[in-house]
Design a protein around this ligand. Structure first.
Ligand SMILES: [Zn+2]
Length: 155
């Protein structure tokens, strides 16, 4: 583990228009993690989202997809499986179902309209909890696989 400071932002270039976009904060953490399964990202010049394959890091001129492949390649098949898109979707469905079931019982004594609304809200909370846990899990795996305390330190 290195003790170098975590960079706050990084710039990527959209190959089609040549425009640079600075990514920082949570978005940077998400974009820098090879296990995030990021499929599309923002271009400030085009004002739109495009496939990650259309971008490179401006400083290293490495395509972001190559960067993901390079840093992700050391993961075991199990780590890759845990971070996969399909597991992410299954996790969200489980979160939704658990939230709906919990909400349904929790608000049993409410009037029907209120109960439906609260139950839907509980389902939404279930999804959010699962998405957040998956994000944390992916950060944890990135730290273990890549040997850095934060994926933003990867170049
Ligand atoms: Zn662009």
């Amino acid at each position: 583990m290195t003790t170098a400071p975590v960079p706050e932002s990084r710039i990527y270039r959209h190959l089609k228009c040549g425009g640079d976009t600075t990514v920082s904060g949570d978005s940077f953490e998400f974009a820098s993690n090879p296990f995030s399964n990021m499929s599309h990202t923002w271009c400030a010049t085009c004002n739109g989202f495009f496939r990650v394959a259309e971008y490179e890091w401006s400083d290293t001129r490495e395509k972001i997809t190559d960067y993901y492949a390079r840093h992700g390649s050391r993961a075991t098949p199990f780590q890759r499986f845990v971070c996969s898109r399909s597991i992410g979707i299954i996790g969200m469905i489980i979160g939704l179902v658990l939230g709906l079931v919990t909400g349904n019982f929790l608000f049993l004594n409410q009037a029907q309209g209120t109960r439906i609304l609260l139950t839907l809200f509980a389902g939404f909370v279930g999804i959010m909890i699962c998405v957040m846990s998956q994000t944390e899990l992916r950060k944890l795996i990135a730290r273990r696989v890549c040997g850095v305390s934060d994926s933003r330190m990867l170049t």
